[in-house]
Write a protein that binds this ligand. Structure first.
Ligand code: GLU
Length: 487
């Protein structure tokens, strides 16, 4: 049997990492088994429809490296792949069930259903009372002739129980009396969400259904339909929720469904924060699935190779932003110079950094950044000299004080003025100066770097900072530093 999986997002305008994980696991299930991955847009709920949302779905999949074999944009043999373009397809299936006595027309008015609902006692949920389930044929004919609007409902089994198997949650059994006589076709002739979902999965030949665990409880209803039609039930893989960790007002750690208050939850929000698509995918692949070994870094091809449904855990996983940050840093460290520069360039451009400094910057930044968005903040000092406080010159570890700083700058400035502006030459010059004064290197390097950068923390040492600034700007700043110290 050829595996066919589908990602069936509703176009809501936002791709939550939970949805992306669903898409990824469907993709990996298909690819690992040499099958096909299908994209279907479930847009029957027009109230929730958001303009442009479908484009976000395409863009997400493309950026994430999850490619579909069939879908609205690429076509395929099972189209159309957008539910709103399939509307005419569903009703005949419901009519077939009516003919076979497995579904019926329900003429109950809104008012009657409303009265039924409001008769419920507190905390009680009243389903449909099956009033029209066994209407005499003449009455049905008369109502149809009179044009009374109707919905089509499934005749659900009234007794016994239903069991189905889920690959993650195991066997799930429910008493059949819990099954409502669900509506298949609404009064306007359009299918309900659940009905369309089942008809689509079957007619598109879907073999494995991967989706969030919130669908576990509706699955018996779906199965009742498969059974009514005599169709094969797909393999179910329901995924546990993704949780987030926060600290409440009493300082206690609380774990709850991942939401905005835990951090970014949208794929593109994370990208905007500087996380790399490959790192996000790698991270969420491990959010609920464990490989057979202890590896943590996986390319998409490696994921396809290693992915196994049996490795999916039913215990909810917690989205760990620190871990994602760590993983992102690993991806940055593993980049070629070309990739690194390409990612860094937009930030370099904003700082006016020239290409001649790319190699030096790569060496300085690669081990120090966890996201490219940090570049601007780390190199902010290059843009302009901050109005810093001279207490920065006092540094216990270097034994640097105001006095030693005045000495160091007074001696270093004329030497640097004569110096060939190269990194090694500058380092050598400053070290020689320290040697001739019989002081530790830091007594010279600390104040020179502070005067040049105007901030305590820089990525890279004294010579790197001087090189990046260029000779004129560096010397201008060193002189300002000396003046500040002497004032
Ligand atoms: N359209 C549903 C959603 O976005 C998908 C349900 C399913 O995968 O069966 O949650």
């Amino acid at each position: 049997m050829k595996i066919r999986t589908r990602f069936a997002p509703s176009p809501t305008g936002f791709m939550h990492v939970g949805n992306l994980r669903t898409a990824l696991y469907e993709y990996l299930t298909a690819r690992h088994g040499g099958g096909s991955f299908i994209l279907r847009i479930e847009d029957t709920d027009r109230e929730r429809y958001v303009e442009g949302a479908t484009d976000i779905i395409y863009k997400t999949l493309e950026t994430a490296g999850i490619s579909h074999d069939e879908g609205p944009d690429v076509g395929g043999d099972y189209g159309p792949y957008v539910q709103s373009e399939r509307l005419g397809l569903y009703k005949p299936y419901a009519e077939q069930l009516v003919k076979e006595g497995k579904a019926y027309r329900c003429f109950c008015s809104k008012e009657r259903l409303e009265a039924l609902r409001s008769s419920a006692k507190e905390g009680e949920v009243i389903g449909y009372d099956r009033h029209c389930r066994d209407l005499p044929e003449e009455e049905i004919e008369a109502k149809l002739a009179a044009g009374v609007p109707y919905v089509i409902r499934q005749k659900s089994p009234l007794t016994g129980e239903s069991t189905y198997h889920d690959c993650v949650y195991g066997d799930i059994t429910i008493p059949n009396e819990e099954l409502d006589d669900q509506i298949l076709i609404k009064a306007d002739g359009y299918p309900t969400y659940n009905f369309a979902n089942v008809i689509d999965d079957h007619t598109m030949g879907i073999t494995h259904v991967v989706r969030g665990s919130e669908y576990l409880s509706s699955t018996p209803k779906y199965n009742a339909l498969y059974e009514a039609f005599g169709w094969e039930i797909p393999t179910y893989i329901h995924l546990p929720l993704i949780m987030g960790k926060s600290v409440d007002e009493n300082g206690e750690t609380v774990v709850s469904k991942l939401s905005k208050r835990h951090g970014s939850t949208g794929f593109f929000d994370l990208i905007e924060e500087g996380f790399l698509p490959e790192a996000i995918i790698n991270y969420i692949a491990l959010l609920g699935w464990a490989p057979a070994d202890t590896r943590e870094i996986f390319s998409m091809d490696e994921l396809i190779e290693a992915f196994d449904i049996n490795g999916i855990s039913k215990s909810p996983s917690v989205f760990d932003y620190d871990k994602l940050e760590w993983m992102n840093a690993e991806y940055i460290k593993a980049m070629s110079s070309e990739e690194f520069n390409e990612n860094a360039k937009p930030y370099y451009d904003r700082l006016g950094i020239k290409e001649e400094h790319y190699a030096l910057l790569e060496e300085m930044l690669k081990p120090r950044i966890t996201r490219f968005t940090q570049i601007e903040e780390k190199l902010e000092f290059l843009k302009s000299l901050a109005d810093y406080d001279i207490s920065l010159y006092e540094h216990k570890k270097s034994k640097s004080t105001r006095e030693t700083s005045i000495d160091a700058l007074t001696a270093a400035i004329p030497l640097l003025e004569e110096c060939n502006w190269e990194r090694d030459a500058i380092t050598e010059l400053l070290m020689n100066l320290a040697a001739s004064k019989e002081v530790k290197n830091a007594i010279i390097m600390w104040p020179v770097r502070i005067a040049a950068a105007g901030v305590a923390v820089t990525p890279g040492g004294c010579s790197e900072v001087l090189i990046l600034l260029g000779k004129d700007e560096a010397l201008r700043r060193l002189k300002i530093g000396l003046e500040k110290l002497q004032a």
